[in-house]
Design a protein. Sequence first.
Length: 330
Amino acid sequence: MRSTPSRPLSLLVLGGTRFLGRALVEAALADGHQVTLFNRGRTNPGLFPGVETVIGDRTEDLSALSRRRWDAVVDVAGYDPQVVGLSVDALRGRVGRYVFVSSLSVLADQSTPQDEDGALLVLRAGMPPEDAYGARKAASERLVRDAFAERASIVRLGMIVGPHDPTDRFAYWPRRFARGGRVLLPGDPTDAAQFIDVRDVADWIVGCVSKERGGVFNVTGPTIAFGTFFDACRAAAGTPAETVWVPSERLLAAGADPWMGVPMWIADPACAAINRVDVSRALTAGLTLRPLARTLADTLAWDKARGSLPPGQEGLSAVEERRLLGALTH
């Protein structure tokens, strides 16, 4: 249940028309806040016709924001420290709080479970792309915290799921179970999965502003077993299906990519704890989570409404699934 804010707030959202940004704006409007979007107007233009949109490119010029003040800014699209630095400089003294949406990829060690105080990646020349992403996010976090101190809220996200997810990592599973037949399940039923509904993230971020939550927070859901997740997918789909578990070592031997070559499956030992992240700080600070069954039902309904996906965007293609099943189950 949403709580009524003590007063309407003015929020500036950098981005705001894709996945998390979309959910964030919807949550803020539902709570009666005033929202201003700042973006290039290229993604889902006109999505929020009643919301003020300031067109601009944050990588070059934020002067359109120079005469305004807001209670907070929520930066959902900061990936490069140089670009985030421009936003920090432009908005210093113009916003009461800077909420920066970061990533659990900032953690230097993802082989063992970490909390918010774990060591972070340090950006350096020549880093592999999978590390450079996290290192850029970590450097951006430092810029925000240095500039805003206790008025900085750092939200480190893991996998976010739900309606309008452009990655298709999560939606693949309820859709696949709904299709029926033989369903390849990767790894072992006891393997860990961890994710959060995008709408729960959005509600919590809005609360960061209204309740003045500062600091660094890991924001994702509880760790659950893969078997539990797939049972819930089967129940949401309501279609008979034959499940075939294929151990990770056999998938790797067959050439499956260890990083979600099968959606949500991670077999890289360096990332063994990516689905076992400590979220107790965010839970203590008011993070609430809707039931998995609701997230699956809403995601499946959205997925059905959008229709068939172009080849290459459907998670694991039917052709590849049949190949793996044929090669690994005989």
